[in-house]
Design a protein around this ligand. Structure first.
Ligand SMILES: Cc1ncc(COP(=O)(O)O)c(C=O)c1O
Length: 383
């Protein structure tokens, strides 16, 4: 990340990751094959899900689940505007209607009481987003959804390795979508996966992932494989390559080490910034395991310096940051739908107005955490 002394993120790629990828490059089989299958099994064992479909993004995983459930025009899906646009884009792409409800002030996760109020006879699914790696209140959400036969799809893009009350994200609802994008807890460059205990869902997603074909390429070209296949429905092209999956496997082997490092960094930020009056630290529940995908602080309204200026001053000091998230209803495409206006989601809007995601990556040193903390504190002292 040229120009920054401390980047926002740097992927952790070691020799075992590089070896795994070069082995695949030399193997003669590059696309979906044995490494994808092995990654699916290893992910299932890791997150406690009976079935995993590895695909080319979390976006694809979510879209495929909604498509497999046959959501379409007239159906409503409840989520929050405090997320990445992918969460709502996939709802729109099925033809269904996204219904936004506000988040909780503490952790920026969906407020279950507001879900209940937003339910109509057209509600078919809820997409809770585990913001930053802290889980949503899944017991409350499932208690609302189950009796009404509303499906729950977790946007777990930030939450591989997150535990909710002792249970890993992946086996908590109807399905969960993980992201292996370049800056996620584990990466395949681009990639994602859908975890579910529902075999029927997983099988339908497998067919939809590859054009709606009855058998994938690996099986068609396997020894004894027949050339004939059927197209059983109109699918998509969302499969993961074996090149990417091989990296996913070695990264998954290192995930506990990554989360330990992220936890070390989060704890150090908290200790360094605990008594900084202008900064609000992330809130989390002790009975969960936070995956610390993001370390987001909020600049308080009482601060003499606003969020945008803090970001600029940190950048001048060589520190790169990010903002998660610009609420979706602020964007042009959403505004054109004419359904929401500024002020509709006061909690999400208030969180956004102070939000800064500080640098967070496993190889970040204690010194670097201290430098970011000191630079931030100095800004409020006129530095
Ligand atoms: C909350 C959330 N959902 C979904 C996604 C999309 O993930 P992917 O890039 O793997 O499709 C992201 C990506 O950053 C995200 O932050």
């Amino acid at each position: 990340m040229a120009g920054f002394r401390i980047p926002y993120f740097r992927p952790s790629i070691n020799d075992s990751d590089i070896r795994a990828v070069t082995d695949v490059l030399r193997s003669g089989w590059l696309t979906t094959g044995p490494n994808v299958k092995a990654l699916e099994e290893e992910l299932g064992a890791y997150c406690g899900a009976g079935h995993v479909n590895a695909v080319n993004s979390a976006t694809a995983a979510m879209h495929l689940a909604l498509a497999a459930w046959e959501l379409g025009p007239g159906d409503e899906v409840i989520t929050t505007p405090y997320t990445f646009t992918a969460t709502a884009n996939v709802i729109i792409h099925t033809g269904a209607t996204p219904v936004f409800v506000d988040v909780r002030d503490g952790d920026a996760n969906i407020e279950p009481a507001l879900i209940e109020r937003a339910i109509t006879p057209a509600t078919k699914a809820i997409i809770p987003v585990h913001f930053a790696g802290e889980p949503c209140d899944m017991d409350a959400i499932m208690a609302i959804a189950r009796p009404r036969e509303i499906r729950v799809l977790e946007d777990a893009a930030h939450a591989i390795g997150t535990y909710y009350r002792g249970r890993p994200v992946g086996g908590l609802s109807d399905a969960a979508a993980f992201s292996f994008y370049a800056n996620k807890t584990i990466t395949t460059g681009e990639g994602g996966a859908l975890a579910t205990d529902d075999e029927e869902l997983s099988e339908r997603v497998r067919v939809l992932t590859l054009h709606g074909m009855s058998r994938d390429a690996w099986k068609r070209y396997d020894v004894g494989g027949a050339w004939r296949y059927d197209v059983v429905e109109f699918g998509f092209k969302d499969n993961l390559t074996d090149i990417a999956a091989s990296l996913g496997r070695t990264q998954l082997g290192r995930i506990e080490e990554f989360i330990e490092q992220r936890t070390r960094i989060a704890q150090r930020y908290i200790a360094n910034l605990r008594d900084e009056e202008h900064v609000l630290l992330p809130q989390f529940a002790e009975d969960n395991r936070h995956a610390w995908h993001l370390f987001m602080v909020r600049i308080r309204e009482s601060s003499p310096i606003g969020r945008d200026d803090v970001i600029r001053k940190l950048a001048e000091d060589g520190i790169q940051t990010s903002v998660h998230f610009i609420p979706l209803h602020y964007f042009t495409a959403y505004r054109k739908l004419g359904r929401w206006k500024e002020g509709d989601f006061p909690v999400a809007e208030a969180i956004f107005s102070g939000a800064i995601s500080l640098p967070m990556f496993p190889e970040m040193t204690d010194n670097e955490v201290d430098e970011v903390s000191a630079s931030l504190r100095q800004i409020f002292r006129g530095g």
